[in-house]
Design a protein around this ligand. Structure first.
Ligand SMILES: Nc1ncnc2c1ncn2[C@@H]1O[C@H](COP(=O)(O)OP(=O)(O)OP(=O)(O)O)[C@@H](O)[C@H]1O
Length: 266
């Protein structure tokens, strides 16, 4: 791989309303003094999908997981994460509250070994919602939003583990949506899925932009260009380029981005 000047970057601020932004975010794992993520300043437009792309180890997951404080126990995170006028990367901010607004779905579908409906109601009950009618409504609404309702509505008491991988992943999305978040973070949600389930998931994500802001890590460049409005290219712990997706894939400003999207490395 060629050596690139990591200080060279091109980062736009989208003109749309911004749902979440980071200002010079730095992430240090353990007691290390070397940052695994350096000076990441990005603004994510509301009701759009933004894709985070880059080679393995470039820092995409590190960055994504920092956004809802999932890295708190294993890393030191410096810089600001601005959400609704508050820096949520502050020790004074309650991380559980943050995660109600900024939900996360992981690479491998990880439903609980419980029924389909209990997968959705579990966190709601823990949050103090006990009214049966409200719980039922949330189950139905979130399964509909995740485009799973029609496939499971007669099987709500069956085990979630009996679902296919693609259905399990949409259940995990429904589980996250049941908390009524504002922003959904997804870390390679389709990497364990077959092509048909992947297409279904992509269609679902696009539908969700009516009500949610989505930030997705993906290894799959076709996927990024199919579904996202903006794309950020990460390289060796730096954000090198951030712009409209079409621009990143067709006329990037930076050589490293060009080489990555044309398949020269990765
Ligand atoms: N828990 C951890 N402890 C220490 N270092 C870590 C940890 N997680 C990630 N790193 C390091 O941080 C850097 C960025 O890794 P990260 O997983 O964020 O990259 P990535 O772009 O998401 O890669 P992949 O696509 O393979 O998931 C790498 O050098 C990695 O070794």
């Amino acid at each position: 791989m060629e050596t690139y000047d990591l200080s060279q970057n091109h980062i736009v601020t989208p003109p749309e309303e911004i749902a979440l932004s980071t200002n010079q975010l730095q992430v240090y794992y353990g007691s290390g003094s070397r940052a695994s993520m350096t000076d990441a300043s990005l603004s994510f437009p509301r009701f759009q999908i933004t894709a985070l792309i880059g080679a393995s180890g470039s820092g995409k997951s590190t960055y994504l997981r920092s956004l809802n404080r999932m890295n708190d126990r294993i890393a030191r995170i410096e810089g600001e994460i601005m959400y609704r006028g508050t820096n949520i990367n502050s020790p004074k901010v309650n991380v559980y509250e943050v995660r109600k607004h900024i939900g996360m779905v992981f690479q491998k579908p990880n439903p609980f070994a419980k029924s389909i409906s209990e997968n959705i109601t579990f966190a709601l009950k823990a949050a103090g919602i006990t009214n049966r009618q409200e719980l039922n409504e949330r189950v139905e609404t979130s399964l509909k939003e995740a485009a799973l309702w029609n496939e499971v509505k007669d099987d709500l008491n069956k085990s979630a583990l009996a679902l296919s991988g693609g259905q399990q992943q949409r259940l995990c999305i429904a589980r996250a949506l049941a908390m009524k978040p504002d922003i959904l973070l997804l870390d390679e949600p389709a990497s364990a899925l077959d092509p048909i389930s992947t297409t279904k998931l992509e269609v679902t994500l696009k539908e969700l932009t009516k009500n949610y802001t989505i930030i997705i890590v993906t290894h799959n460049m076709q996927q990024a260009s199919r579904i996202s409005a903006y794309t950020a290219f990460f390289h060796l712990g730096h954000v090198i380029e951030y712009d409209q997706t079409e621009k990143i894939f067709q006329t990037p400003e930076i050589q490293a981005t060009h080489d990555y999207v044309t398949g020269n490395f990765g």
